[in-house]
Design a protein around this ligand. Sequence first.
Ligand code: SF4
Ligand code: SF4
Length: 324
Amino acid sequence: MSKPKVALYWCASCGGCEEATVDLTERLFDLIEAVDIVFWPIAMDFKREDLEKMEDGSIDIAIINGGIRLEEHEEMVKLLRRKSKIVIAYGSCAHLGGIPGLANAYPREEILKFAYEEAPTVINPDKVRPMKKVTIDGMEFELPEFLEYLKPLDEVIDVDYYIPGCPPTPDLTWEAISKLLSGEIPPKGHVFGSDKSLCHECPLNETKPDEIRLEELKRPHQVILDRSKCYLAQGVLCMGPVTRGGCEALCIKGGMPCTGCFGPLDGVYNQGAKALSFLASVIDIEDEEKYREMLEKLGFDPIGWFFRYSLAKGMIYRKKGDGE
Ligand code: SF4
Ligand code: SF4
């Protein structure tokens, strides 16, 4: 019997999700034994034509990480969708837009202007920008278009399952792939991980008071955290209460509060809005002026705090430029 065929692809990504696959360590050998990897351009010399030549629906599982920011990403994921029975959005960027989705807080023109003209390390007196088409010595070269804004994978193609995290943990990756390969197919749209918030699996949960009332908020570098007590109860913003569990609380165990990379729980569309509403319910400051002072001291960054991984997926998913 032939082995299931698996494809892996990256779009706008930092490479961490590819690292996470390699972090399967010796289980990677089991995976390679169990499946045929038919497309994985970052690791092996596959070309687009190789994918184009495959029959539609001939790939069993396509695992795609990264957000969609280039014309090329759109074309490749549409092609992968056509060729694959199951498509998995792997990692926060494919799931919710992730870190590259934060660029949606700026219009496309502002990003290009900064990157090619204004950044302190750039010397570009002629203000040259990448061009879609250029001819050099009679040869025509083409670059993919930088799209108006970044989209999570399911805004471009139909996605069957999601493996969340920035990056997903090796255990969760292994659990999800093993389940799918063994035929234990969850309902379409399933997000692997826990269906409870991170607090439920957090080793500090026992120290979390039933009711938290905070008169001050601090950032992790402004305080020496007691690693044996709930970080939120110590006044440091922890996204654990509004974030899907399933990550083994790795950041918490490493001495850092949760930043929310596993995304919202089932039934919550907008993780950032949920986090803002949660925070408002635990802050115990009546006086507006004091509130402002506290936020100023904090260097309050609502997008970076609450929408760090999910800006591109929210209701307000991007800032438009003039004339758009
Ligand atoms: S989810 Fe995180 S680790 Fe994966 S590509 Fe995006 S930024 Fe990198
Ligand atoms: S708020 Fe954070 S530190 Fe406290 S129990 Fe939840 S996940 Fe753990």
